[in-house]
Design a binder for this molecule. Sequence first.
Ligand code: ISE
Length: 362
Amino acid sequence: MTTAETRAGALPDLADVPARELRVAVLGVGMMGADHVARLYSRISGAQVVAVSDAFTEKAEQVAATVPGCRVIGDPLAAIADDDVDAVLIATPGQFHEEQVLACIERGKPVLCEKPLTMEAASSLALVRAEDEYTARTGRRLVQVGFMRRFDPEYAELKALIDAGGLGEPLVAHCAHRNAAVPPHFTSEMMVNDSVVHEVDVARFLLDEEIAAVTVLRPRATRRAVEGQSDPLLVLFETTGGRMVDVECFVSTGVGYEVRTEVVGEDGSAMIGLDAGLVRTSGGQAGATRSTGIAPDFRQRFGRAYDIELQRWVDAARRGEVDGPGAWDGYAAQAVCAAGVEALRSGRRTEVRLEARGGTQS
Ligand code: ISE
């Protein structure tokens, strides 16, 4: 089917989807994609992985072999177009997202795209507009972006508390984003685009407003910092409503995966991310201690969030809906990160350039 035919209204008929399982193609089966294939196969109901695609054929074959009935389709665009594929999960490197998400919109197929939506704000905005056009014709939305923290039970509880007025008017938030280690190619720009981006989405989600300006400060760097990298970074977001969010992003702590968020309101404050699961007390020569474990990386810390995210994505796709952060959220995050990278380089407060929302994005 050509783009013109799709635009003319020859949309795939998903009417029978609720009666059967959603047939999903997973594009990109590196660490995250392979994790999602295993999750869809073993923990998510109402879906089956029918195809995988990856630039490394051997890897695709290995992953496909773990799921009965799953095929390898070499060309990701062919996987999107395949008549036996109802919905697409994109976990390819970011530079391929624009073309792949657009192909999903043109085919009318629900898509869950890992962040980033695309590599720059302008191309993310183009996807927002393409989906708007589709929605105006069909009444349906298609695009979800993989900001999984919104599905984490702790974040969901914090959001519900704020929305119920439990903290009074939220004024300030403090975020810490710490990784034990990152690969040697991880630059300061990547700290903004890959790590701080989650705090961007958290701030927008919890405070329900856009980020208007970003400042980035570079404290003394750790001896573990990758060459040329400023690690840690301190990032300040100013929201359109005058609230402020500070973020400590520290990606080579040598410790574990620590993600904390504290929201301070007029009538109280609340914090999440203390990893307080099992609290252990022990004695010893140095004296008694009370301790808890720390998750080694985001797959453990947010495992439950990924499960909930995928189950809700599948359930919503079978109803012809989207139930999570959409293309607009992906675009807004890219616009803030672009300002963040500019602020990192210039050392100056940088305003976020965000186009008017318009269209059908809600
Ligand atoms: C990685 O890409 C992620 O998305 C993780 O959630 C984040 O914590 C990490 O810093 C990023 O590199």
